[in-house]
Design a protein around this ligand. Structure first.
Ligand code: J2J
Length: 536
């Protein structure tokens, strides 16, 4: 179900010391032994030391086992930025179960798909967050995904099981876990009709985590602020919460990324490092001079997930008083960072260079031939922590990976002589809405389910704040064609995450034809993208 690394590559990555055989369960136990009395996790209501976190993870692990969650079984976890996220996830790891990471904005369309596609046996939620009642969603999900036997709820469980009732005294022994096996399923930004799940192993992910912690300068005195949704790959591993745990550092979970919430936390907890997407960095830059909090503990602001404009990058040190690190990563694997010893221009204009000397980056043309040095092309990558295939997606994998196992990132880049990557654009049918990824085809399919929609094409509109927003071009059919607001309400009703609902809907009498034969979806989207660009 997961595509394994070929044996010769796996052997090499072990010989080079990249894959060490550590598992997430043993990882936490080891750091807890080393940093027992240091504070590991802070949120609104908790302040756990490494020892406490480790104990809670074991109690959760045994509780999940007592409730019949067997090694290898999948459990969808959808929690806001709370300490329990960490005890639940490490509890699952220790029980040998496989977390599937959903993000808080995901709704019925996404979560029911994750549960069905991974044949999940359980679903973990908070009762309510940001005004939304996840228990109602859980009822709908259970009806649609019969493999889900139990729903665990943080807070008031309603008809489900309270997370508080889960902990059980462990017998001292947990199942052996294969470090080369599936550790968790991460979400892909996606560019296809249905989201893709990304199978990561203990060996490959922990390698990227250790190196990331080192590259980001994390140590026992570091304090990492989780400003983005904690289950996203960036705050999870680049260097994120796992990098912090590797180094014996402290994580502070912020319930929201707004300056009102985050700035007081930075001051109170002495936060040294955090990672955000460009629009959040812009809000922080604009509000910092107007606020009174002392942000001087902050040494490094990481920005990634979408392109950070050079002029914004140059504002970070003078206006926030901390260093900038650009991060160009992907949940499929490859992560690039600018380094502490990079000169100012490199940090301002590039999106960093890869973690590993064994990350292979190819920049190619449409026929997979390398472009001349320094020119723009499609980025292909292969390496010790980049997947060889999506989970249960054989057909898609044949296109998303080259025959020799390179992942087609869909990003257009050029390489500087120093090996740094500059992201120049995108060839995949995805809209990057301020770091939140929207697959055009997925939204189009939902639009096409409306009886009044004959055809639909979803494309990016440039946006000063988010970088891009979404625009749906729609051809209607019938006597009572839907209006834009009706279509948006229709998509909400289908349980599509709010960030995927088109910001703008444009009705057109018909779609353009190229004259020669049938217009491809890609050409069609390109034509609409060009039309929107011409408006400006
Ligand atoms: C331009 N595009 C970028 C950047 C990601 C660390 C940081 C980010 C992610 C992430 C991540 C970009 N400039 N600095 O997983 O560990 C776009 C590219 C890429 C896609 C991946 C991490 N940083 N991107 O964003 O899986 O198009 O991961 O292929 O969500 O985001 O998206 P995602």
């Amino acid at each position: 179900m997961s595509v394994p690394f070929p044996e010769e590559f796996a052997r090499r990555y072990r010989e080079l010391g990249y894959w060490t055989g550590e598992t997430f369960g043993s990882f936490l136990a080891d750091r807890a032994a080393r940093y027992a009395d240091s504070v590991a996790v802070v949120d609104d209501r908790h302040r756990w030391t490494y020892r406490e976190l480790d104990e809670r993870a074991s109690l959760m692990a045994q509780g999940f086992r007592d409730r019949g969650i067997a090694p290898g079984e999948r459990v969808v976890v959808q929690l806001p930025n709370v300490a329990e996220f960490v005890s639940v996830v490490f509890g699952l790891f220790r029980a040998g179960a496989v977390p599937v990471f959903a993000l808080p904005p995901h709704r019925f369309a996404e979560v029911s798909y994750f549960c069905r596609h991974s044949a999940a046996v359980a679903y973990v939620i908070a009762d309510k967050a940001a005004g939304f009642d996840y228990r109602v969603l859980a009822d709908e999900v259970r009806a649609a995904a019969p493999t889900v036997r139990e729903v665990f709820v943080l807070g008031d469980p309603g008809a489900h099981t309270s997370l508080e009732d889960v902990p059980a005294a462990p017998p001292g022994e947990f199942p052996e876990v294969d470090p080369g096996g599936l550790a968790f399923l991460q979400l892909s930004g996606g560019s296809t009709g249905v989201p893709k799940l990304i199978p990561r192993t203990h060996d490959d992910y922990l390698y990227s985590v250790r190196e990331s912690a080192d590259i980001c300068g994390l140590g026992p005195d570091s304090v990492y602020l989780v400003a983005l949704p904690v289950a996203h790959n960036f705050p999870m591993s680049s260097a994120g919460i796992l990098g912090a745990f590797h180094a014996g550092a402290r994580i502070v979970l912020a319930p929201a990324p707004s300056p009102d919430v985050v700035f007081p936390l930075i001051e109170r907890e002495g936060v040294t490092i955090t990672g955000v997407v460009p629009p959040i960095a812009l809000v922080w830059l604009d509000s910092a001079p107007k606020r009174s909090e002392d942000l001087s503990s902050l040494r490094l602001l990481q920005v990634g997930g979408a392109k950070f404009a050079e002029e914004s990058a140059r504002r970070v040190r003078p206006e926030l008083g901390c260093g900038l690190q650009q991060v160009f990563g992907m949940a499929e694997g490859l992560v690039n960072y600018t380094r502490f010893d990079d000169d100012e221009d490199t940090v301002a204009i590039s999106q960093g260079r890869p973690i590993s000397p064994d990350d292979e980056l190819l920049v190619v043309d449409a026929d997979d031939n390398p472009v001349p040095e320094g020119e723009i092309g499609h980025l292909l990558t292969r390496g010790p922590y980049t997947i060889r295939g999506y989970y249960r997606a054989e057909e898609h994998n044949a296109q998303a990976f080259t025959p020799d196992g390179f992942y087609r990132t869909g990003d257009l880049v050029r390489l500087l002589p120093s090996g740094h990557v500059v992201v120049e654009g995108r060839a995949k049918d995805q809209i990057n809405r301020g770091g939140e990824k929207v697959a055009a085809e997925e939204v189009e399919n939902h639009l096409l389910a409306h009886p009044g929609v004959h055809d639909a094409a979803v494309v990016a509109v440039p946006d000063a704040f988010l970088g891009e927003r979404t625009c749906a071009f729609v051809v209607t059919v019938g006597d009572q064609p839907p209006t834009g607001p009706q279509l948006r309400a229709f998509l909400r009703g289908r349980g599509l995450a709010a960030y995927k609902i088109p910001d703008r809907v444009e009705f057109v009498p018909e779609f353009p034809h190229t004259g020669v034969g049938k217009t491809s979806r890609r050409d069609l989207r390109a034509a609409f993208t060009a039309r929107l660009a011409a408006e400006r």
